[in-house]
Design a binder for this molecule. Structure first.
Ligand code: NI
Length: 228
């Protein structure tokens, strides 16, 4: 499932991030790539232990926790500390699958994170650059994603994806991975669809006993499929 989540950051927060990132020193993105993906990767990245990455990462995590759609769609167990990258003219990242396991180098919990979901939070608006689409292949075909600054795309980390070459301007983004309470993408999708239906019915018939039963079904499925 591809999930577009709007307004994870406000326009003011995006401007704050951009100001800090522009002043920070970008490094070669290949530093954090796995052996295979390093060959395909050509971009700039903020070192994960850079104070600006830590500060803005906390801002991103706060935005995620405020997003009901993110929480319902990702059912996060752990979120990898957000990273930040920049693609300038001529830069791209060829087709790859993200590493299955990531080891955080910052934060209190440095135990491995299984990457069930990948996320890109756009920090440049689409009119700031040409090219730079995030192209994702899933079971329903190929999707080219370019979102307004402050919006996020959530997609299965198991999918093949690439960042198209930039032909004008620069694309700044935050990216990270999520280990979900529900490992299986199909089960997580069912829970999300059920949750959306329940929220909608809740507007119309909050006191209906059938809705109470449906909420029970949601939680009992979640209990069945959750791993902690
Ligand atoms: Ni990737």
């Amino acid at each position: 499932m591809l999930l577009h989540i709007q307004n994870v950051l406000t326009a003011e927060q995006v401007a704050h991030c951009r100001g800090k990132l522009d002043a920070a020193g970008w490094a070669d993105g290949r530093l954090t790539a796995g052996y295979q993906s390093a060959k395909a990767k050509n971009n700039l990245q903020l070192p994960d232990d850079h104070p600006v990455a830590r500060e803005l990462g906390a801002l991103v995590l706060d935005g995620l926790q405020r997003s009901a759609m993110f929480m319902a769609g990702a059912l996060p167990r752990r979120i990898f500390p957000p990273l930040f990258n920049c693609y300038r003219e001529g830069q791209s990242f060829g087709y790859h699958v993200d590493n299955a396991v990531r080891y955080p180098r910052t934060g209190d919990d440095r135990s491995p994170v299984r990457t069930d979901l990948s996320a890109t939070l756009f920090l440049s608006d689409p009119d700031e650059y040409d090219g730079g689409e995030l192209t994702i292949e899933d079971t329903f075909g190929t999707h080219a994603v370019k979102l307004p600054a402050g919006d996020l795309i959530l997609y299965p980390a198991s999918s093949l994806h690439r960042v198209e070459p930039i032909v004008r301007g620069a694309r700044v983004a935050s990216f990270f991975w999520i280990q979900s309470l529900v490992r299986d993408d199909g089960e997580r999708r069912l829970l999300f669809d059920l949750d959306v239906s329940i929220q909608s019915l809740n507007q119309q018939m909050a006191d209906d006993p059938a809705l109470v039963q449906l909420v029970g079904v949601y939680h009992n499925l979640l209990r069945r499929w959750t791993e902690t």
